[in-house]
Design a protein around this ligand. Structure first.
Ligand code: TRP
Length: 337
């Protein structure tokens, strides 16, 4: 049986190099391997679970994220790009899943717990936000995805999906497929740290380099990056661990020998931060320049983007509709046969 991948992103802005290192690059590799049917979801309903009052941002970001996908080399003739909200069957399955999970189980989901803290919801957690793992489980299972590439922070989502599949299949018969998580090669790759070295790169924390950033912006951001605060004079020995400049080199520098040399030199002392940053700048500029150029090209053709999204969503919907027909039959909701 052919393997099916489902991946996706919440459209709350443009995508950054953390997305690129952690997932976009791998999606292009999956595409090139020819081993999978790949569906890439722009999860606009999920984005609304914590941006309900700002739908204009989500609408605009759907287009931006689509541009980012095409810019990095996702080919719509090989991978299906779709918009979540345009597939009502996903929400039908979410509704059915909600009866198979308890409120206390949802409140214990570690990913959601962390996000609730970050977003400072306090006692005002939107119910839609609390249940988004159920909606994500519906996304995954409606496509009968076998494989979900995720960072380790998303593992609780896959665990919850598996539980839902098991209770669904137990209650109504073997209809749904248990997905497997596919983790990135290294933790660093999966969770690129922000420019400030403090937390994961994210738009909301203002510590990101975006795929759409201009060359001078990228340079400015790199030159302002956090490094080892105790590495004051060039001759001082420096720390590589917890130093985001080296984390980025780890993620983007393909010449591992040069990188090992740099690390040793930095740790020994005698290598200045500016020099390392300039090297990182060179590497990132080379990597991002063609992506930015393709992005600009696609940006000029909104009709094409619209068509990619429309056609992808249509293909995706027919796949999901098949699953939902089986689901309704299994539960006995097929009244008008
Ligand atoms: N939760 C993902 C994010 O935070 C987006 C997403 C929605 C997703 N549905 C998915 C990812 C299904 C993988 C599979 O960006």
């Amino acid at each position: 049986m052919r393997k099916i991948i489902l991946t996706g992103d919440r459209p709350t802005g443009c995508l950054h190099i953390g997305h690129y290192a952690g997932s976009l690059k791998n999606r292009v590799k999956f595409q090139e391997s020819g081993l999978y049917d790949t569906f890439i979801m722009i999860a606009d309903h999920q984005a609304l679970t914590d941006h309900a009052k700002n739908p204009a941002l989500i609408r605009k970001s759907v287009f931006e994220v689509a541009l980012d996908y095409l810019a990095v080399g996702i080919d719509p003739s090989q991978s299906t790009i779709l918009i979540q909200s345009q597939i009502p069957e996903l929400h039908e399955l979410t509704m059915l899943f909600l009866n198979l999970v308890t409120v206390s189980r949802l409140s214990r989901n570690p990913t959601v717990k962390t996000e609730i803290k970050q977003k400072q919801f306090g006692d005002s957690i939107p119910a839609g936000f609390l249940i988004y793992p159920v909606s994500q489980a519906a996304d995954i299972t409606a496509f009968k995805a076998t494989t979900v590439p995720v960072g380790s922070d998303q593992l609780p989502m896959i665990e919850q999906t598996k539980e839902l599949v098991r209770s669904f299949n137990q209650a109504y018969g073997e209809v749904l497929t248990e997905p497997e998580a596919l983790l990135p090669n290294s933790e660093k790759e999966g969770r690129l740290v922000g420019l400030d070295g403090k937390s994961k790169m994210s738009k909301s924390l203002g510590n990101a380099i975006f795929l759409s950033d201009e060359a001078d912006e990228i340079q400015k951001k790199i030159m302002g990056m956090f490094t080892d605060p105790n590495h004051i004079r060039v001759e001082d020995p420096g720390q590589v661990a917890g130093n985001p400049v080296f984390d980025y080199l780890e993620a983007f520098c393909s010449d591992k020998e040069v990188l090992e040399g740099l690390k040793a030199h930095y740790q020994r002392g005698g290598l200045g931060d500016m020099k390392v940053k300039r090297y990182l700048n060179e590497i990132l500029q080379a990597e991002l320049e063609p992506i930015r150029a393709r992005r600009k090209m696609f940006e000029k053709d909104p009709v094409y983007i619209q068509e990619v999204l429309r056609a992808g969503t249509e293909t995706a919907r027919s796949k999901v509709a098949e699953t939902l027909t089986e689901v309704r039959q299994a539960i006995g909701l097929d009244y008008f046969r």
